[in-house]
Design a protein around this ligand. Structure first.
Ligand SMILES: CC(C)(COP(=O)(O)OP(=O)(O)OC[C@H]1O[C@@H](n2cnc3c(N)ncnc32)[C@H](O)[C@@H]1OP(=O)(O)O)[C@@H](O)C(=O)NCCC(=O)NCCSC(=O)C[C@H](O)C(=O)O
Ligand SMILES: [Mg+2]
Length: 278
């Protein structure tokens, strides 16, 4: 069954898998790998001579039902492929459209939620206006293009990119949209991936874009709500309700102050847990 259109902010985006449009076997596999969403990629994963074929593979894939939301990454305006990509972007089975290298509020009209990739210096500087734009569901960090544009050197802790990554989170959260972290390129390095997932979650991202089936579980674990977190949220809410019933304005839970924002956070945790159960 094709996924129903739950509002973007209300559904889990722990792992969002890029699948090259010109790899039909990978597209077929992507249906059942456990990612929260899939991006059919027509842009950087596809060589120029395969662009037209990839678009048709994507069209064929969209004719079949998907158990998760499917987004389509278009080639950027100004490229020879953008016009034809745009025609496919209106496909009814698509849950959204990913726009690469966005530097200003998108002018693309249409009913599909837009996901703007922030992967250039101007994109980072324009992130607040882009996140605020109507129709934008979220921002996706593009660390490869960004590192190239900024002339940074590879760094295990991503320190050279932290300012830009935080700018993406700040802009997105300011407007109630969804921030997705960049990909981790080394598909044979589970420790590095786990570290980067934990870092992304600590920075405030809602999930991670991934490029390989073997990366999905780590992203789901890092960004998912655990049993322990739900138990803690329920206990905190109970402590709050008890304190409020006793006429107190604030509560304590496990020795720490609890105020309304902690209650909101606990309720969000439980809502995310429920959404995560499918
Ligand atoms: C990274 C890869 C090129 C690795 O490919 P390969 O060595 O062939 O992988 P495996 O042999 O380990 O694959 C094992 C099986 O898994 C399937 N597979 C692989 N990748 C995917 C996928 N993404 N989705 C679904 N299924 C996948 C293979 O078909 C194998 O299946 P089987 O034949 O049954 O054994 C490759 O993983 C890949 O191409 N990944 C996607 C790359 C991509 O989409 N890049 C563009 C997005 S990232 C980006 O652009 C970042 C951003 O813009 C920025 O600037 O940072
Ligand atoms: Mg890119």
């Amino acid at each position: 069954m094709t996924a129903e259109p739950l509002p973007a902010a209300a559904r889990p985006w722990r792992s969002v898998l890029y699948v090259p449009g010109d790899k039909p076997r990978a597209i077929e596999k992507a249906r059942a790998l456990g990612a929260d969403a899939v991006i059919l990629d027509l842009e950087d994963a596809v060589a120029p001579e395969h662009k037209a074929g990839a678009r048709e593979q994507a069209r064929a894939a969209l004719a079949q039902p998907w158990p998760v939301p499917v987004l389509l990454r278009l080639n950027a305006p100004g490229t020879p492929w953008h016009g034809d990509d745009l025609a496919l972007a209106a496909h009814p089975a698509l849950a959204g459209v990913v726009l690469p290298k966005v530097e200003a509020p998108p002018t693309l009209a249409g009913p599909k939620p837009l996901w703007a990739m922030i992967e250039t210096p101007l994109g980072v500087l324009g992130a607040p206006a882009i996140a605020a734009a109507p129709g934008v569901a979220g921002l996706i960090a593009g660390a490869n293009d960004l590192a190239h544009a900024l002339r940074t050197r590879p760094h295990a802790g991503r320190e050279p990119l932290l300012h830009a990554l935080s700018a993406v989170v700040l802009a997105t959260r300011a407007y109630g949209k969804v921030p997705l972290d960049a990909v981790y390129n080394d598909v044979r390095d589970p420790e590095g991936l786990a570290r980067e997932c934990a870092q992304g979650r600590a920075l405030g991202f809602a999930g991670k874009t991934v490029i390989h089936p073997g990366q999905i579980e780590a992203a789901n674990a890092a960004y998912g709500v655990s049993e322990a977190e739900t138990e803690r949220a329920r206990a905190l809410l109970a402590a709050w309700n008890e304190a409020r019933a006793a006429g107190q304005s604030v509560a304590t839970f496990q020795g720490a102050l609890v105020e309304q924002m902690h209650v909101d956070e606990a309720q969000e945790t439980l809502a995310l847990w429920a959404a995560q159960q499918g």
